[in-house]
Ligand binder design. Structure first.
Ligand code: C2E
Ligand code: CA
Ligand code: CA
Ligand code: CA
Length: 272
């Protein structure tokens, strides 16, 4: 009897079955949200530290669920990746971001999951969107992680075709992956986005500052521009300026926001 009970408990933990049911209902809601176009985009400005101008924005997916409220991308992006919905999501984000780009100066960065580089129709889709909205290719920046760049360039036909369109490429979360740095000379890249894990420790850790200085030197030598992410404090901004950092993004500069707020911010922007 005791053994049976243990067995039952191990296999029918009510908390766990609750989780599975919850996952499944979130998944079907995400499916519907994608079909009905219920996801939206926020945009976070990127500041040129020297000119003190907003030179670009990063598009970030948002899901405002009618009853759950705001669902975090940290929840629904991994779910979309697990359940085979991420390619559709990435395409939707690309299309919306390029539609918005028409109303903005500068460039728009879009996050692409590793799985989107297995989508052979993606380059044509991107080209059609650029063409339909009349956006010059350089104004689209694709943010990709080191995971994608871990494969050799010739094993990346989708990335190669995308780059042949003239769009730019940024390495997202630079320095947090497992990969070696050999991809830096193999691929034609435009930006390194330094993760907030480093930026956040400016003023608190000399080691992290040394890593940042090293990244700035590395990038300069390779002709890459550095975007420091997660700038939350004035001291971090000052440090970056003095260290020769070119671009920065973070709550201290501006939070991600809807298009209306973004247009207002751009209109009223004054170099400090
Ligand atoms: P990420 O690409 O590294 O994006 C930066 C994240 O940091 C965003 O979180 C942004 O809101 C947040 N952030 C910006 N400034 C600051 C700051 O000063 N301090 C702190 N603590 N955080 C800051 P978010 O919007 O929650 O997105 C989380 C992740 O979800 C993104 O990380 C990205 O990996 C993924 N994601 C978001 N939108 C998309 C999308 O459209 N497609 C794909 N494939 N992934 C997306
Ligand atoms: Ca990103
Ligand atoms: Ca990032
Ligand atoms: Ca990240």
């Amino acid at each position: 009897q005791a053994r049976l009970e243990r067995h039952w408990v191990a296999h029918y933990d009510p908390r766990r079955s609750q989780d599975v049911r919850e996952q499944m209902s979130l998944e079907s809601d995400l499916h519907e949200a994608l079909e009905r176009g219920e996801l939206s985009l926020y945009f976070q400005p990127v500041l040129d530290l020297c000119r003190e101008q907003i030179v670009g924005v990063e598009a970030l997916a948002r899901w405002f669920h009618p009853t759950r409220g705001a669902v975090s991308p940290g929840v629904f992006i991994p779910l979309a990746e697990e359940r085979g919905l991420i390619r559709a999501l990435d395409r939707m984000v690309l299309e919306e971001a390029l539609r918005t780009a028409v109303t903005l100066p500068g460039w728009v960065a879009v996050n692409l999951s590793a799985q989107s580089f297995l989508d052979p129709g993606l380059p044509k889709f991107v080209w059609d969107c650029l063409d339909r909205f009349g956006v010059e290719p350089w104004r689209l920046v694709l943010e990709i992680t080191e995971r994608v760049l871990a494969l050799p360039a010739k094993a990346q036909p989708v990335l190669k075709e995308l780059q042949a369109l003239g769009v730019q490429v940024a390495v997202d979360d630079f320095g947090t992956g497992y990969s070696s740095l050999s991809y830096l000379r193999e691929f034609n890249l435009n930006y390194l986005k330094v993760d907030q894990a480093f930026t956040g420790r400016i003023g608190a850790s000399q080691k992290d500052e040394a890593v940042l200085e090293g990244i700035l030197i590395l990038a300069a030598g390779l002709g890459l521009r550095v975007i420091a992410e997660g700038v939350e404090k004035p001291i971090q901004l000052r440090w970056l300026k003095e260290a020769g950092g070119e671009l920065a993004q973070g709550y201290h500069i501006a939070r991600p926001m809807g298009t209306e707020a973004l247009h207002q911010l751009l209109e009223n922007w004054q170099p400090s």
